[in-house]
Ligand binder design. Structure first.
Ligand code: AKG
Ligand code: FE2
Length: 320
């Protein structure tokens, strides 16, 4: 349940990363301290910053800088990797092609998903099959981020560290998205007004999202219980993490998939790079027994198959 949080907590996850595959991790005191903080953040805010993650700041900066370079290219160049439904929704979407609840977003983006072949994962594989379209320019674009925080979150829920692996998330249908938000300046000869929505109000779809955002612009905002928008002010060297819809169900509603939006009211172009750690495409998502028990036996009325949830979203997310 989200609360009236006024700020977003910062969690140093270094002790968790040091022990993430240690059979004794659940008994380790330092890991326990991280797990406690994760639990509190997931319950109260649904958002937190992580530091001590081991990804060098220079690499985070390089990823953002390449993203700026890509969005800076002429439109024709970006169109070379245009996203199409036939290509499994992978590639470049131009400004206002992405819509949230029917309203176009002042956003351009490039989407990557785990690559899958047609014929795998039944109907979900029919729609989401495809290879990623990596830009030729800038070179050395391909990069990866790793996620181990879910093991800490599993412990925080009182489950075993590998609860979200195997048939739940062991073959995660991950997504990477490069987001580009023009500032309040001329876009294609047209003025961008203040408060134009870069990314409309939404929750993320899967387990856990990690956002690497530009250091100098505050644009991401998170909604608290009384409806106030709390800024996720950049904190250099950290990733912003947030809970997705599937984790809300798996946790029986103990953890919140908090609403958020992006408004870039600065003069400068802003980028963010999101890594979305999702369930398996065919994962059946229902409240975990341990979480139902924590809620005194009351079970939230929700069930999903991750692929179905995702496909319902991608089919209505674009005007092309
Ligand atoms: O640009 C951001 O900071 C966040 C974007 C976002 O919420 C998303 O891609 O789901
Ligand atoms: Fe989001």
């Amino acid at each position: 349940m989200a609360t009236n949080f006024k700020s977003i907590p910062v969690i140093d996850i270094a002790p968790l990363l040091a022990k993430w595959d240690d059979p004794g991790m659940a008994q380790d005191l330092a890991v326990g301290e991280v797990v406690k903080q994760l639990d509190q953040a997931c319950r109260e805010t649904g958002f937190f910053y992580v530091k001590g993650h081991g990804v060098p700041e220079s690499l985070m900066e390089e990823v953002r800088s390449m993203t700026h370079q890509f969005f800076n290219l002429p439109y024709e160049e970006k169109l070379k990797i245009k996203m199409t439904p036939a290509g499994g929704y992978r590639g470049y979407e131009k400004l206002k092609e992405n819509i949230t609840k029917g309203v176009p977003d002042l956003l351009e983006a490039v989407d990557f998903y785990k690559e899958i072949k047609k014929g795998t994962y039944g109907t979900y594989g029919e729609i989401m099959a495809g290879c990623n379209q990596w830009p030729q320019d800038p070179p050395n674009f391909k990069t990866r981020m790793e996620v181990k925080i879910m093991r800490g979150i599993a412990l925080a829920l009182g489950a075993s560290p590998d609860e979200f692996e195997g048939e739940r998330g062991g073959d995660a249908f991950w997504m990477v998205r490069l987001n580009g938000y023009p500032g309040i300046s001329l876009v294609d000869g047209q003025d961008v007004q203040e408060n134009e929505i870069g990314c409309g109000i939404h929750t993320d779809y899967g387990l856990l999202s990690l956002i690497n955002q530009d250091n100098d612009i505050t644009a991401l905002e998170v909604k608290n219980l009384s409806g106030e928008w709390i800024p996720a002010t950049p904190s250099p060297g950290t990733f912003v993490c947030n809970i997705g819809d599937m984790l809300k169900i798996w946790s029986n509603g103990l953890y919140e998939a908090t609403l958020h939006r992006v408004i870039n009211n600065s003069l400068k172009y802003r980028v963010s790079v999101g890594y979305f750690y999702e369930g398996n495409l065919d994962a059946v998502v229902e409240p975990l027994g341990v979480c139902v028990k924590k809620c005194g036996g009351s079970r939230m009325n929700a069930r999903a198959v991750y692929g179905e949830h995702l496909i319902n979203k991608v089919k209505t997310n674009y005007v092309m």
